[in-house]
Write a protein that binds this ligand. Sequence first.
Ligand SMILES: [Zn+2]
Length: 280
Amino acid sequence: MLEVFDRLKTLQDVLAEKYELQAKIEEAPKKLSTQEELLARLKKEYIEKNAIYEEVRKKVARLKTELADVNAAIEKSEKGMDSITTHREYEALDKEINDARELEQTIRNDLKKEEKSLAELNDNLKTEEVLIQRQEEELSDGKKSLQDEIDQYNAKMDDLKKQEEELVPGIDPEIIFKFQRIIRSKHSKGIVAVKGNVCDGCHMILPAQFANDVHVGDKIVFCPYCSRILYYQEVDGADEEYFQMDDTGSLADLGDEFDDEYDEDSEDYDDSDSIKELDY
Ligand SMILES: [Zn+2]
């Protein structure tokens, strides 16, 4: 039985490391999520800006066509000047030419404005392209090093699984299952000592008969309060006293020993209120 307890203690370390590693493997890809989000945002912005650029580009093309048309019209009207015969005709044509020139100027102004805007948008897009490319490279590097990291974790995991397989044979699988569950759920020990008749895992006082079973140590016993496997460990002082104490026995008998225990292990201690009441 002592050999089993020793194996369980080793297994507990292996399992704790394994679960920690599992959590790391699950968490690892999240490291890239910020970079992935940034890249997605840059690409979305790029598409939006590119759509605006396309609109402006079409507008510029349209204005250029309009400008060519109006220039052609002006040229045609100017030629028409040669063949007019009346003053009325002259005035009508002159007005037409002046209106067309006014229109030409408006189009030129618009075109200038839109071309400036198009150039700015183009610069902007080029900058965005560089940013996106840089971000893609960073992400690709990130993925590579993440894969290295995960490969290392997996190699370590294989090693731990091998150790686990060497430790479990001969131990009831149901006990192993409960043992694994307690280590996984509490992120702490699955096998703890009983000192006196106090569980070192949850610091609860065990029923005397129960503590006695642990002391005898011929079977695997789980703490009724915290479900951890219990093994007996001598404490300085008169151990027998503790075991002879029944459920209704005076807790004062525990004396200073008990207080010391409590202080030493206060970190994973979760029943402080109930114990403080006992602190005479
Ligand atoms: Zn316990």
